[in-house]
Design a protein around this ligand. Structure first.
Ligand SMILES: Nc1ncnc2c1ncn2[C@@H]1O[C@H](COP(=O)(O)OP(=O)(O)OP(=O)(O)O)[C@@H](O)[C@H]1O
Ligand SMILES: [Mg+2]
Length: 213
């Protein structure tokens, strides 16, 4: 039986993560692998409810959840996601492709919005995740793109926006920096690669496929 492998796509708004998930799924399924695509926050019925609380705008509430509350909300959804979707798929030898995972939590909640106390909480939560994923190969692809270009792509897409899509450009620049710095806070069990997301859709797929070889 094939060995389960977790592939995670990270990057800022509009970097092309969801597009690459679809393209990678097609490519890897074509080689005979059994592929499960999922996303964070979300991926389970509880996770999708938590996703709405975390990233959709609520016109009745004039402020967002605090960074610490957001971080714990993301991990609440993540532990459910791990237990019900990711680990069962990996243990049956499937390839799991997740649209965002822990690097997003680090970049948004800890680095861009939070403080050093949250770094410690992140480190503890991360340990718990790593121990559960220890038997499986785990790979991060950081889709790196100038935030202005990413936001222009999001505008062109015409989908419902999240609480972060309309944040100032400085915020998105900090998130990009946080995604780079996150790699130093992620256990070496995870392999981290950067994909140049200014490339075409096809080019991003080729970069990812070459890195998987
Ligand atoms: N490499 C690319 N070059 C140009 N446009 C792209 C590329 N990849 C995706 N797009 C387009 O850019 C838009 C955003 O792509 P996508 O939804 O995949 O980004 P995302 O990273 O998932 O964004 P979000 O953070 O909002 O979920 C889409 O309209 C998509 O078709
Ligand atoms: Mg997306």
């Amino acid at each position: 039986m094939e060995v389960g492998r977790l592939i995670i796509l990270e990057g800022g708004e509009g970097a092309g993560k969801s597009t690459l998930v679809k393209n990678l799924e097609k490519e890897l399924s074509g080689t005979g692998l059994r592929v499960v695509c999922t996303r964070e926050p979300g991926g389970t019925p509880w996770g999708e409810k938590i996703r709405s609380l975390l990233i959709e705008k609520d016109s009745n509430i004039d402020h967002h959840l605090s960074p610490a509350a957001q971080l714990l909300g993301h991990y609440m959804a993540r532990f459910e996601h791990l237990e019900r979707v990711i680990l069962p798929a990996l243990s049956s030898g499937k390839t799991v492709i997740s649209d965002r995972f822990e690097i997003s939590s680090y970049a948004y909640q800890v680095y861009a919005l939070g403080d050093t106390l949250l770094e410690n909480i992140f480190a503890d939560l991360h340990k718990y995740v790593v121990e559960q994923l220890r038997p499986y190969q785990c790979i991060y692809f950081f889709c790196d793109l100038d935030p202005a270009a990413g936001l222009a792509r999001v505008d062109g897409r015409g989908e419902k926006k999240t609480i972060f899509d309309e944040a100032a450009i400085e915020f998105h620049e900090k998130v990009r920096e946080g995604m780079k710095k996150a790699q130093a806070h992620i256990d070496s069990h995870f392999t981290c690669h950067t994909i140049d997301a200014s490339d075409s859709e096809e080019g991003m797929l080729r970069q990812a496929v070459n890195l998987l070889r």
